[in-house]
Design a protein around this ligand. Structure first.
Ligand code: HEC
Length: 137
């Protein structure tokens, strides 16, 4: 009987540890989730693949990003990946779409950090303001 109780207590403790570590990973675009170099790569890719139809200004200064508030970066990346470039959706590599989104974050004045964004983390990064100007126009 006593042994069963101890095992049960251990199982509960483990379950709590697992669920709280999953929660700890949740973060926001305000936390410096992409690097400067990644945004620069994204800018280059945007010039090659998107600029024929779009100006980066269309997606800058919060005007576009506000519509995504409360969604995750994964939602934004997958949306762009499945619809753009309009004449050939999904043509780029997944990581290239992620780099382009890093550039879009930069255009919205969101802070850079040490690490690059990678696919596995995108679901845990929430899109939220405030947004600012990029200073790169
Ligand atoms: C062949 C032209 C073309 C190319 C190339 C293209 N787009 Fe688009 N894009 C469009 C059109 C047309 C729309 C819909 C009208 C609009 O919002 O401008 C659109 C809309 C969008 C939207 C807004 C969608 C929404 O409703 O929220 C985003 C974001 C976007 N494009 C990103 C990109 C990115 C990033 C690339 C490069 C990988 C790209 N587009 C390449 C034509 C293009």
């Amino acid at each position: 009987m006593k042994k069963t109780m101890i095992l049960m207590a251990a199982a509960v403790a483990l379950a709590i540890a697992i669920s709280s570590s999953a929660q700890d990973e949740a973060t926001s675009v305000q936390a410096g989730v992409y690097s400067q170099e990644q945004a620069e790569r994204g800018e280059q890719l945007f010039s090659e693949a998107c600029r024929v139809c779009h100006q980066p200004e269309e997606f800058a200064n919060g005007g576009y990003m506000e519509g995504w508030n409360g969604m995750s970066l994964n939602d934004l990346v997958e949306f762009i990946r499945s619809t753009m470039p309009e004449d050939n959706p999904g043509r780029l590599k997944r990581q290239e779409y992620i780099d382009i989104v890093a550039f879009l974050l930069k255009q919205n004045g969101l802070p850079t950090g040490e690490k690059e964004m990678v696919r596995q983390e995108l679901k845990n990064i929430q899109i939220e303001g405030p947004y600012g100007g990029s200073g790169e126009q």
